[in-house]
Design a protein around this ligand. Structure first.
Ligand code: SAM
Length: 305
């Protein structure tokens, strides 16, 4: 009795790219293509789907949910950029940041660009999206992805986010930051370590170094003078990279506070940071994930640190 890896049992998610199409048109196209649409899901059990049937997600209105074996890589809708293949949890940061069309924002660690394309869709391509990444190859992949998705409001830079000057005039109108920095990836079902083979000491040192990088990025993100909201996310399940980083940042930046997120979401950040969200294979049928939303709430947050 060979057990399927957990990743193969997760539903397949497709985010409708509203820069190119609508949910209604996508549903119609899929129905004509032999899929059967079961309406909007209302609970997690509705994600247990037969082959070729699909539902609309109950939290993210532009997200469609399919059975685990569905493969869209050769499908017209994917190739034409009408759908983006993105895990449900990874759609949360842009959705929760919810920037106003016309505004300026930063995607600090942006490649390969799924969250940037989601941000651009929310902006309706109106405004400016500054996207940074250290890795030139991943940034090249991102250019292709954004082109296919019809994104036009981006300005990509192969640059260390920590060296971006928040006082530079070009960022003076930045009101939103999405920060999805490198992490251990421990939430990715396919990457999960076999506990017996992990060198615990090495792992701890790696987590400590990642957490210190993540905190530096977070502090840096809060330095943009007109910043209103910053969303922080990781695909890690470790408290050290999630709640601990956010708690340390809030201590260092008293002008910012956490925004309580989606009351109806089934998995919260670990105590006491229950305003944040977590995601997992069991409770949300996604990869492991963490999201926090910080907002400026007093003039103290305007002062340079
Ligand atoms: N947000 C991306 C998406 O949704 O497609 C995924 C981002 S991935 C988790 C983290 C990215 O951070 C990697 O592409 C990595 O190259 C980049 N990175 C790491 N350190 C960085 C730094 N100091 N400045 C900018 N980007 C960095």
């Amino acid at each position: 009795n060979v057990q399927q890896p957990a990743g193969d049992r997760l539903p397949r998610y497709a985010r409708v790219n509203t820069l190119k199409t609508t949910v209604e048109d996508t549903v119609d196209y899929l129905k004509r293509d032999g899929f059967s649409y079961l309406g909007q899901a209302s609970r997690l059990d509705d994600f247990t789907l037969k082959e070729k049937s699909f539902v609309r997600d109950m939290h993210l209105p532009e997200l469609l949910v399919f059975s685990p074996k569905t493969d869209f890589h050769d499908h017209f809708l994917y190739k034409a950029g009408h759908i983006i293949l993105q895990d449900k949890a990874s759609c949360l940061p842009a959705f929760l940041l919810n920037p106003t069309p016309g505004s300026h924002l930063i995607d600090a660690c942006a490649a390969p660009g799924n969250k940037s394309s989601h941000l651009a869709a929310i902006l309706k391509n109106k405004g400016r999206l500054f996207a940074f990444d250290l890795d030139a190859k991943r940034l090249a992949t991102m250019s292709t992805l954004l082109l296919r998705a019809g994104v036009t409001c981006q300005q990509l830079a192969n640059q260390d986010f920590l060296k971006v000057d928040p006082e530079s005039p070009q960022y003076k109108d930045v009101e939103y930051v999405l920060l999805d920095p490198s992490c251990s990836g421990s939430g990715m079902v396919c990457l999960r370590d076999d506990a017996s083979s992990v060198d615990q000491e090495k792992n701890q040192a790696r987590l400590a170094s990642l957490a210190s990088f993540q905190l530096r990025c977070l502090n840096h993100g809060l330095r943009f003078p007109r910043l209103k909201r910053l969303v922080y996310s990781t695909c890690s399940i470790h408290r050290q990279e999630n709640e601990d980083v956010v708690a340390a940042c809030l201590q260092e930046n008293p002008g910012f506070r956490l925004v309580p997120l989606l009351g109806q979401w089934p998995e919260r950040g670990l105590e006491p940071l229950t305003q944040c969200l977590r995601a997992s294979t069991t409770k949300t049928r996604t990869h492991g994930f963490f999201v926090a939303l910080l907002e400026r709430y007093s003039e103290a947050g305007n002062k340079k640190q």
